[in-house]
Design a protein around this ligand. Structure first.
Ligand code: 6PG
Length: 468
């Protein structure tokens, strides 16, 4: 029997993806060094056309040529090691797909090296976690277009569907797939932090119980905030602690968030390209701040607690927060997509942002009802630099603005950190400001460094001997 598709790495993601491929009628071969993982997949395979092995040469012989081999192994050195081990045994034209969260620079390097040796390579972002991999992820492929065409039917079959459209599309050249997936994760970080800040406001200012927070997020999930992250957040507040009778699990979880790095990479590349993504930066920073847990405990004692003032009307407050969250979700997508539009130009990725928004509508962690409007905004104007400039969002942002200002004000008065939410507000206020005080920064630069400045009323560059 000849197999259509090979998977290397049968951890949860690889195994689930392979089962998904087999469920769509393809014969799927798996390779992993761990004999237990191989045995358990063969057992679970049942009637499906799946064969897993620990033997690389057996695995390679099983595959139809040109071979299609996907890697779902930890990003970094492991990817290089696996590719190196494969290469001497592959034939020209075979296709390697890296489906992990690889850094885009690694993907560019691998694509060049493999192409120069006559192999084909795709860097593919896969989002949706374990369940997505099993039932339908959002898939972001980038690289050689002919390689995409070879694997397109399989990826379309396994991907999530929205309105019967597959949540996979060719993203663009080179490392486009992994770049888009990285920015997806940056947006994911932003949205998660915004939800955390909203929870803090509901609890500390609104006096909402966990049950009420569950209700509130569940209600929001029926409206314009409908999204995977709001949905799971609602569920988290309904989860009982299995260790303490009558307690909620959320209250027992240490307030220290970890990270594998994709959010930080988004901030790093945004800085390099000069594109502001302050809400994503704030989310990365807050994970960092949360990790200084011991320091915070001591500082909290030294500085004492700040008295918070409970609001009078819970319902009105919840509506304000709903608006503030929606506003800042839109601004987080706006920042990520703005970064993509600049990166596409600068790095020659050839992205089409309406396709990006389209395939994010289902399967992935940042899937949300909003993405259909975002898709339309880019479909109507492919050159749109920033969603803030789109007529699709202008009216909505204006309507939501007073609530965001009120929420940020309340938080400030009560000593509650809202780094992400307030960054979304200030990002917007700055982007829509005809005049910012950065004329002063130019003056200062010219004062101490003779860096020159431009004038509003004349062309050219100027220098002043300040103070003389
Ligand atoms: C996805 C997720 C996935 C993973 C993140 C978590 O799209 O399915 O983004 O890639 O959950 O890597 O990232 P952190 O560990 O950095 O929070």
């Amino acid at each position: 029997m000849q197999y259509d598709f090979g998977m290397i790495g049968l951890g949860t993601m690889g195994r689930n993806f392979l089962l998904n491929v087999a469920d769509r009628g393809y014969a799927a071969a798996g390779l992993d060094l761990n004999a237990d993982q191989v045995a358990s997949l063969n057992e679970e395979a049942g009637h499906r056309k799946i064969q897993a092995t620990t033997d690389q040469s057996e695995f390679l012989q099983m595959l139809k040529t040109p071979r299609t081999i996907m890697l779902l192994v930890p990003a970094g050195k492991v990817v290089d090691a696996v590719i190196e081990g494969l290469l001497p045994h592959l034939d020209q034209g075979d296709l390697i797909i890296d489906g992990g969260n690889s850094h885009y620079a690694d993907t560019s390097r691998r694509a060049e090296a493999l192409q120069s040796q006559g192999f084909r390579f795709l860097g593919v972002g896969v989002s949706g976690g374990e369940e997505g991999a099993r039932k339908g992820p959002s898939i972001m492929p980038g690289g050689d277009f002919s390689a995409w065409e070879q694997v397109q039917p399989i990826l379309e079959a396994v991907s999530a569907k929205v309105d019967r459209e597959p949540c996979v599309a060719y993203m663009g050249k080179g490392a486009a797939g992994h770049y888009v997936k990285m920015v997806h994760n940056g947006i994911e970080y932003g949205m998660m932090q915004l939800l955390a800040e909203t929870y803090d406001m509901l609890r500390r200012i609104g006096g909402f119980t966990n049950a009420e927070i569950h209700e509130t997020f569940s209600e929001w999930n029926k409206g314009p905030l409908q999204s995977f992250l709001v949905e799971i957040t609602a569920e988290i507040f309904a989860q009982a602690d299995d260790k303490i009778e009558g307690a909620d699990l959320i209250d027992a979880i240490l307030d220290k968030a970890k990270q594998k790095g994709t959010g930080k990479w988004t901030s790093q590349t945004a800085m390099d390209l000069g594109v502001p993504v302050p809400t994503i930066d704030a989310a990365v920073t807050m994970r960092g701040l949360s990790s200084f847990w011991r320091f915070r405990q001591t500082a909290a004692q030294k500085y004492g607690s700040f008295p918070t003032e409970r609001i009078e009307n819970k319902e009105t407050f919840a509506v304000q927060l709903e608006h503030a969250l929606l506003f800042s979700f839109i601004l987080t997508y706006a920042q990520g997509l703005h970064l993509l539009s600049v990166a596409s130009e600068e790095m020659d990725l050839d992205l089409r942002l309406s396709d990006t928004a389209k395939i994010w509508r289902g399967g992935c962690i940042i899937r949300a009802e909003l993405l259909e409007d975002i898709r339309q905004a880019y479909a109507g104007n492919p050159d749109l630099a920033n969603l803030v400039g789109s007529p699709v969002f202008r009216g909505r942002l204006k309507t939501l603005l007073p609530s965001v200002r009120a929420v940020v004000e309340t938080a400030t008065q009560n000593g509650i950190p809202l780094l992400a939410l307030s960054s979304a507000l200030h990002y917007f206020e700055a982007l829509r400001a005809a005049r910012l005080p950065l004329n002063l920064v130019q003056a200062q630069r010219d004062y101490f460094g003779a860096h020159t400045y431009e004038r509003l009323d004349a062309d050219g560059t100027f220098h002043t001997e300040w103070g003389k």
